[in-house]
Design a protein around this ligand. Structure first.
Ligand SMILES: CC(=O)SCCNC(=O)CCNC(=O)[C@H](O)C(C)(C)COP(=O)(O)OP(=O)(O)OC[C@H]1O[C@@H](n2cnc3c(N)ncnc32)[C@H](O)[C@@H]1OP(=O)(O)O
Ligand SMILES: O=CC(=O)O
Ligand SMILES: [Mg+2]
Length: 535
């Protein structure tokens, strides 16, 4: 227990090897100061999120571009800060969790940037959070070499990727650190520990403290992040404007505030990313009770080429380039496979996805696996020529309206029994993996993470609520969904060895997909009940 200055700081999680190097009194005091300064505003913004979702759900509020910020959108005169060192060329970005092996592999993958993920790809066990910070601490100091028991050596090579850390979203708490008895914002813990330990080291090494900001719902949440950056830089005596943040546009509400988000963060902004999976989740969540026009088809049919998804990505590129910001593409879920046919399909699908993005003007894109770095690089190389980005392509031809963003029915397609069963099967497998500490998993040849799993469980809820019918006229009722759940549970159990947490996964799925109300996130109550091992 560290007791310094004004705060009573307790660590309630179990200790681990070298945890004390991250959880130093000074680092904890820094996090406590952040919490003291910003916890209240975070709480208010989360309350407003809930109120707004209710207004949208009941039809009291129609989503639209905000009248009160029209001036910001209309003004051609402002731009974000120029790209910081290491972020000029972002043609390939690899994402992944921060365990030790993945850290070395991601840095050596040949990608320009590594998104070191505490969000969608990380199960936020106390061990994963502190160990992830340790791995980043060591990697930044080039002090991470290790050899496995089988003799494979891991060492950072020449020209590693630029590290961009993604703290957890505003909705999550970290219960293993308590300040004056209360748990902390997980965002402030992840940001604060990383910034405190590494900002100066990164700057000295010609890089900087760079972040991806997940799951923002509006520009006021961006303003909060900007104020956190100002405060943190000031506390450590680091020049204002050193931090760089790329914001994921991955909620339907944020899609209406892209300009405003960049404006709020303009001296710290580095771009926007099209976070497609959470975006689809957000569309389902916000319109889950809006009837058939907002019911999406089977998850596999909601591709990036359906009109409402194209509207969002096209608007993102246009908005970014007008403001001198990088537009970064998202994650195709296809990953390399040992099965040659599945592997060929995966590479072809990823290539098509990256070709669409590069053709649309994105400056780079994400891959989930080192094996996919060359495909993405090849596609962007061929479009970029000698340039590091496509900032010069202003996309003035793009004209996206609120109706285009909300034209969910444009997805077309159908809901099938196989689609319902697939969602249940994937959700059970993913939640089981998450409960066992792995936040990104290969399931049926696809990358699954917290965002893709949210889609799977939300769709089932929405289809039941809307009595959605299959082609033969059968409506999906709760009873039918429970029958499917029973079958899928047995089939997954037969497939997995002992030691899994399928019973807990089933309980979480039942609560978050089959309940009367649609919970905002799977991860919030599941964390409190199952991952939190606070003393
Ligand atoms: C919606 C969103 O937010 S998308 C962003 C969040 N999601 C992610 O970041 C997913 C990242 N990807 C992954 O976690 C993994 O690729 C998975 C889980 C999908 C598949 O992982 P695996 O089954 O281990 O893949 P595979 O066995 O083919 O791995 C081969 C090697 O590549 C490494 N590898 C795979 N993916 C990554 C990655 N993203 N970063 C670094 N190394 C990786 C593995 O560690 C393994 O290394 P090794 O040969 O030294 O043992
Ligand atoms: O974070 C990315 C997403 O697609 O969600
Ligand atoms: Mg996401």
């Amino acid at each position: 227990m560290a007791d310094k200055l004004n705060y009573r700081i307790e660590i309630t999680g179990p200790t681990g090897d070298r945890f004390a190097e991250i959880l130093t009194p000074a680092a904890l005091e820094f996090v406590a100061k952040l919490d003291n300064a910003f916890a209240g505003r975070r709480r208010e913004l989360l309350d407003e999120r809930r109120r707004r979702r209710e207004r949208v759900q009941t039809g009291e509020e129609q989503l639209d571009f905000l009248p009160e910020t029209r001036r910001i959108r209309a003004d051609d005169g402002w731009h974000i800060a120029p790209p910081a060192p290491g972020l000029e060329d972002r043609r390939v970005e690899i994402t992944g969790p921060t365990d030790r092996k993945m850290t070395v592999n991601a840095l050596n993958s040949g990608a320009k940037v590594w998104l070191a993920d505490f969000e969608d790809a990380t199960s936020p066990t106390w061990h994963n959070i502190v160990d992830g910070q340790l791995n980043l601490f060591d990697a930044i100091r080039r002090n991470i070499d290790f050899t496995t028991e089988s003799g494979k050596r891991y060492t950072i090579g020449e020209d590693p990727a630029t590290i961009v850390a993604r703290p957890r979203g505003w909705h999550l708490v970290e219960k293993h650190i308590r300040i004056d008895g209360r748990p902390l914002s997980a965002s402030l813990v992840d940001f604060g520990l990383y910034f405190f330990h590494n900002a100066r080291q990164l700057i000295a090494r010609g890089s900087g403290p760079y972040f991806y900001l997940p799951k923002l719902e509006n520009h006021l949440e961006a303003r909060l992040w900007n104020d956190v950056f100002l405060f943190a830089q000031n506390e450590l005596g680091i020049p204002r404007g050193t931090v760089r943040a790329t914001v994921l546009i991955e909620t339907i509400t944020a899609a209406f505030e892209m300009d405003e988000i960049l404006f709020e963060l303009r001296e710290h902004a580095a771009g926007l990313n099209a976070g497609r999976w959470d975006y689809i989740f957000s569309v389902i969540k916000n319109f889950s009770e809006h009837g058939a026009d907002f019911v999406l088809p089977d998850r596999a049919q909601v591709t990036m080429t359906v009109p409402f998804m194209r509207a969002y990505t096209e608007l993102l590129v246009r908005t970014c380039h007008r403001r001198g910001a990088h537009a970064i593409g998202g994650m195709a879920a296809f990953i390399p496979s040992k099965d040659p046919d599945a592997n060929a399909t995966a590479f072809e699908k990823v290539r098509q996805d990256k070709e669409r993005e590069a053709g649309d003007g994105f400056d780079g894109s994400w891959v989930a696996h080192p094996g996919l770095v060359p495909v993405c690089r090849e596609v962007f190389d061929s479009v970029l020529g000698g340039w590091p980005n496509q900032l010069g392509r202003l996309r003035e031809d793009v004209d996206v309206t609120a109706a285009d963003l909300l034209d969910v029915a444009s997805a077309g397609g159908e809901v099938t029994e196989a689609g319902v069963r697939a969602n249940i099967n994937v959700a059970l497998r993913y939640i089981d993996s998450w409960l066992r500490g792995t936040g990104a998993a290969a399931i049926h040849n696809l990358m699954e993470d917290a965002a893709t799993a949210e889609i799977a469980r939300c769709q089932v809820w929405q289809w039941i609520r809307n009595g959605t019918k299959f082609a033969d006229g059968t409506a999906l009722t709760r009873e039918l969904a429970v029958e499917f759940l029973d079958d899928e549970f047995e089939s997954v159990r037969a497939d997995l060895p002992a030691g899994h947490r399928l019973d807990d996964a089933r309980a979480i799925f039942t609560e978050t997909a089959l309940g009367e109300k649609l919970p905002g996130f799977v991860t919030t109550s599941a964390y409190a009940r199952h991952l939190c091992d606070a003393r």
